[in-house]
Design a protein around this ligand. Structure first.
Ligand SMILES: NC(=O)c1ccc[n+]([C@@H]2O[C@H](COP(=O)([O-])OP(=O)(O)OC[C@H]3O[C@@H](n4cnc5c(N)ncnc54)[C@H](OP(=O)(O)O)[C@@H]3O)[C@@H](O)[C@H]2O)c1
Length: 255
């Protein structure tokens, strides 16, 4: 992927990994970036004229429709926005599990469906366009302290796999980014070893440039996916041990 030929939309671009991706795309010479965020007043000031802020709550059909009308030059959609409801399946209210699913799965699905005609049409003139879904290493196995969240990311990973096959003949390339713990507001208060969002974003763009379809942008996710590739139950074993460690640290009996 040559970023200088792309016009991107990044969802959840006002902070965390999304903001780091916008900065990295600019550094890599992107033609233009639409920076999507729920509340434009929360967007840091960008002096770069290539950045255009677009109001976008990915669970709001009106916002999605307005964005689809506006970003007719789009060639690279990055579904980054996400939320997390911490807690195991046994105790997390189903309304919170549903909220994760609405934001982390149905939101990216809705915006992708709305923008596929644009990506398809621009792929005809630009040769290739691309869709990038930010899932999680927790999409590959469930970490019970984040039960519903991991399930929503597994759904997003599955959607990405399906779209990769579905959109291949349209020359729309589908990528997944599957981070481990990254040092953003989402992981504030957890004491995992974390990678900085700037490093994760830079690694993601380098992997996109190399054409890697499934990207693991930090040392933790790289280690975990290597265990998973050897034996898919191996990642479950790592998450089981992490659950026991968290329970022990909280002074509770391990589940
Ligand atoms: N941090 C990690 O360890 C980690 C690991 C694996 C995967 N991920 C994934 O990476 C992505 C970015 O996470 P992050 O760590 O950067 O989290 P973050 O710092 O909490 O940022 C989340 C971003 O998503 C936006 N967002 C939430 N709900 C939205 C909605 N309905 N519509 C539009 N934007 C919405 C937030 O906007 P507001 O400011 O308006 O809330 C914010 O910009 C997420 O998909 C997350 O699941 C993160």
């Amino acid at each position: 992927m040559n970023f200088s030929q792309h016009t991107a939309l990044v969802t959840g671009a006002n902070r965390g990994i999304g903001l780091a991706l916008v900065k990295s795309l600019l550094a890599q010479g992107i033609k233009k970036v639409y920076a999507g965020c729920r509340n434009p007043s929360s967007m840091p000031e960008f002096t770069d004229p290539r950045v255009e802020v677009v109001p976008l709550d990915i669970t709001n059909a009106g916002h999605i429709h307005a964005v689809a009308e506006r970003v007719t030059d789009l060639t690279l959609l990055i579904n980054n926005a996400g939320i997390i409801a911490a807690g195991p399946f046994t105790t997390t209210p189903s309304s919170e599990v549903k909220r994760d699913m609405d934001t982390n799965y149905y939101g990216p699905l809705a915006i992708t469906q709305a923008l596929i005609p644009t990506l398809r049409s621009n792929a005809r003139s630009e040769r290739h366009t691309a869709l990038v879904n930010v899932t999680s290493i927790g999409a590959f196995a469930n970490l019970p302290v984040l039960g519903g969240y991991c399930a929503s990311k597994a759904a997003l990973l599955s959607m990405s796999q399906g779209l990769r096959i579905e959109l291949a003949s349209d020359n729309i390339d589908v990528f997944t980014v599957n981070p481990g713990p990254i040092d953003t507001d989402m992981t504030a208060g957890s004491d995992f070893d974390k990678t900085s969002p700037d490093v994760a974003a830079a690694n993601t763009l380098q992997a996109l440039e190399r054409g890697e379809q499934d990207i693991f942008p930090d040392p933790a996710s790289q280690h975990m996916i290597s265990v998973f590739k050897e034996n898919y139950r191996g990642l479950e074993a790592i998450f089981s041990q992490m659950t026991a460690d968290i329970s022990a640290a909280e002074g509770a009996e391990p589940a």
